[in-house]
Design a protein around this ligand. Structure first.
Ligand code: SF4
Length: 68
């Protein structure tokens, strides 16, 4: 699968809201402890739009999607 982007997470900004997981459940998961886990980085090409949508939806601007 082609990798098209990287996700950068600023864990200092992440407030564990789970918004990114709701928008892109194949890319993000909040553990029971409230930690954010990126499930696919590099982001597969067919998931890049979802990654960007999640980054826009993040209330604390903790996510960045960077083109490879
Ligand atoms: S949407 Fe932002 S603040 Fe919420 S869990 Fe995801 S990265 Fe953290």
């Amino acid at each position: 699968m082609t990798a098209a982007a990287h996700v950068q997470v600023d864990l200092g900004l992440c407030a564990s809201t789970g918004t990114c997981e709701m928008v892109a459940p194949d890319l993000f998961e909040i553990t029971d402890d409230g930690d954010l886990v990126v499930l696919a980085d590099p982001v597969p090409a067919d998931q890049v739009d979802a990654a960007r949508k999640a980054a826009r939806a993040c209330p604390t601007r903790a996510l960045k999607v960077v083109d490879v």
